[in-house]
Design a protein around this ligand. Structure first.
Ligand code: IMP
Ligand code: MG
Length: 186
């Protein structure tokens, strides 16, 4: 027990590095001559995105969106506010949306719809973690790092109430009742 948090499980730096390389290899194979636009969903994706882009090692363009969803406890409500949109023109381009975690699927399904309105040639989704327990909206994840059934994950960019983003590995936390918050950041 660390204060009000209990660490349940862990995905090590080594496992993350290995999986990022595998995902990057698949993307490289498929997008060899297409210079895809990778759109990262801030803030949680920042470490995964930086590692992925370097491992892909073919020319890509990058851009970011920032969204916030609000809800109760650790569950997002699906009410999504855009605080930063992309700045590149993506019409006719091959786009890959890069997310940290897909949980309810509400953020991603909203984002895919938003990006498709800008007339890209194609849109695919890459997510570091696919969390299966609370899916409400079916979303296709084309490149997935890890599937996790349940739990609240932090580290490697992922936060709980802005804590733990700096950890180089991922841990699953059991959060004490007294510590639950209503703000749900990306
Ligand atoms: P959604 O429920 O699929 O809309 O997920 C919205 C966002 O909540 C994700 O992009 C993450 O930033 C965040 N999120 C969901 N589950 C977790 C978690 O276990 N740890 C940290 N952030 C999470
Ligand atoms: Mg978050």
């Amino acid at each position: 027990m660390i204060g009000p948090y209990t660490i349940l499980n862990e995905i090590s730096e080594e496992e993350i590095r290995h999986r990022v390389k595998e995902i990057a290899r698949s993307i490289r194979g498929e997008y060899q001559h297409r210079e895809p636009v990778l759109i990262g969903v801030l803030n949680g994706v920042f470490l995964f995105f930086a590692d992925l882009v370097r491992e892909i090692s073919i020319p890509v363009q990058i851009d970011f969106v920032r969204v916030a969803s609000y809800g109760t406890k650790e569950v997002s409500s699906g009410e999504i506010t855009f605080t930063k949109d992309i700045e590149l023109s993506i019409a006719g381009k091959s786009v890959i949306i890069v997310e940290d975690i897909v949980d309810t699927g509400l953020t991603l399904s909203y984002l895919v719809g938003h990006i498709k309105k800008k007339n890209p040639e194609s849109v695919k989704v890459c997510a570091l973690i696919n969390k299966l327990e609370r899916r409400e909206k079916e979303v296709q994840i084309d490149y997935c790092g890890f599937e996790v059934r349940r739990g609240f994950l932090v580290g490697y960019g992922l936060d709980y109430n802005e804590k733990f983003r700096y950890l180089p590995h991922i841990v699953s936390l059991q959060i004490g009742e007294q510590c639950k918050e209503s703000r749900h950041d990306n």
